[in-house]
Design a protein around this ligand. Structure first.
Ligand code: URA
Length: 198
């Protein structure tokens, strides 16, 4: 983790951070993945979405959230007036994941792996400088707070870091458990209202 802190901290911009991750010797799953999936959407957008890890479609395309979960995510973002293809601050969004290489079988990253990747995520947030971060599911919640428990923690802003974080359900979870959609919609409205408040 100390090595990750040093490597992440030395990156002065997003391109350098991407290169630091590609060069970091302790990242698992790189061998099994086709490519790094670093980020998507508009760097510098006021809203930054953090997911878990690329899946098969993301690994093929090199872009986060392009598979079935991503299609639901795009509809969720559209419902609060956000579009990853829109470069404007009033509609734009920036997307990344805790883990940048597809794990075999889409396995959930281990807590130790998440702890090692957390300095890269914190640096990514600092360099992208969003006004709000959305932690989609337990993996980004764990990376940013050290704890999981998304069902209990969703819907409440985490205000103790440099940028306010809203934890909410991951779209893949919502596809399996549609009863979570009411909570996710409440969280999206809170995000929209906070962005609108300026
Ligand atoms: N699920 C994620 O968490 N991230 C992606 O990029 C795709 C699916």
């Amino acid at each position: 983790v100390a090595e990750a802190e040093a490597a992440a901290g030395a990156a002065g911009d997003l391109a350098a951070l991407r290169a630091a991750i590609e060069a970091f010797p302790h990242i698992r799953h790189r061998e099994g993945a086709r490519r790094i999936v670093f980020s998507g959407g508009t760097p510098g957008a006021p809203l930054m979405i953090v997911g878990e890890a690329p899946g098969r479609d993301e690994d093929v395309e090199g872009e986060p959230f392009v598979g079935v979960s991503g299609q639901l995510l795009d509809r969720m973002l559209g419902a609060i007036g956000r579009d990853r293809r829109d470069p404007g601050a009033d509609r734009g969004v920036y997307l990344t994941n805790v883990q940048h290489y597809r794990p075999p079988g889409n396995a959930t990253p281990e807590p130790e792996e998440v702890a090692m990747l957390a300095p890269f995520l914190r640096r990514h947030i600092a360099l992208a400088a969003p006004r709000i971060v959305v932690a989609m599911g337990n993996t980004p919640l764990r990376a940013l707070t050290g704890q999981a428990g998304i069902t209990r923690r969703r819907g409440t802003w985490i205000e103790d870091g440099p940028v306010p974080v809203m934890p909410t359900f991951h779209p893949a979870y919502l596809l399996r458990r549609p009863e979570g959609k009411a909570g996710a919609w409440a969280d999206l409205q809170a995000i929209r209202d906070r962005l609108a408040a300026g």
